[in-house]
Design a protein. Sequence first.
Length: 448
Amino acid sequence: MDAILVIEDDRTFARIVEGFLTKIGYAVTLSDNGKDGIERFREASFSLVLMDFRLPDTTGYDLLVRMKSERPDVPVILMTSFNDLRTAVRAIKAGAFEYITKPINPDELQLLIAQALRKKTEPKTGSKLNARRYVEGSSIVAKKMYEYISVVAPTEMTVVLEGESGTGKENAAQTIHRLSNRAAGPFVAVDCGALSKELAGSELFGHVKGAFTGAVLNKTGQFEAANGGTLFLDEVGNLSYDVQVKLLRAIQERVIQPLGSTKNVKVDVRIITATNENLQQEVKSGNFREDLYHRLNEFKIQVPALRQRSDDLELFIDFFREEANSELNRNVKSFDEEVISIFKKYDWPGNLRELKNTIRRAVLLTPGDLVTAEVLPPDLIRTANEPKPLASESPETGYDLKALQEKQEREMIIRTLEEVRYNKAKAARLLNIDRKTLYLKMEKYNIH
């Protein structure tokens, strides 16, 4: 019987979740705060963790990072409100299996848990390319992106894919590999955001038996696994300085040295990296090596956000509908006009990942063949229908783009500070900026 740790401070809701999970065959342990939750996590062997994003003494994000650094093999599902979606999407990049929005649908939760446990038991070769069909799109920005991809793919240049979380950067990397001269070789994807500082070197370069406590067997690193093919490093900006040094050497000299070994291993890989940060700014801040940045950035491609490619929205809706039908054994044929209108007005901060999850949930909750607005999250409908005083309004009306961006940035900083009880170190991590930048912005926006 699989054991699940549920960390939720709302005890009534936690008991409801416990009852449901017990009924469908899981052994459940409850915890109502982060401190107790991490202690229970360390004391017992859990198959999965289900936890709320907002906890009384910490955030689900911080707890996730700690859990992944200690036991990266245990899948974590975050329960979150609609308003926390941006951070929930970022949590996926830090290693969360998935997020689920409240109020929680039991069928959706059961499906997610089953998927997480199934994925946990799958062999992790890391070398098979996902060859599934994908939508390229017909919007101007999509055509420009794929034009750049077709130009750079046949070369050996290193490529940086820059874009927000959830925009499909890994798919872009797979497309580059598929169109390259290395297409017959392996495509290995590494989520650097999910690697702890201690494990990153071992994961990338491998280790020999006895290299460190717990290294009971030799381990082949992802560089060797990708030999003859392409190594995709997602969220490369999260790598520690020490690992950056080793990565630079591997790229320059085409050799690696497994941890604990004195022997060099030759490797032949093409490097593609992705980031949702501005790496140039990270270089200026001293968080990323300038020499490594230039080695990685031989060719940069901007992966557009979903809101920038509205012409492609209905193509993606149909694609994810077909995917969900196949996955959930449903027969949804279309979405009514009201749903399409809501989708077009919504901003999609989580990009393609959020759209996919929304459609999967809608398909799951639709008994017939037509999706209606009744199965959409109420917060999504409300947000989509909120007035948007954006570019269409002239400066004379009191709005301009810079002022609007500053207003949104100030609101996001205040909301994040409130979530972490004004712990500025935690707030800076959640906002993906250093503390000095946070202090400067707090001073600029008169936040106390």
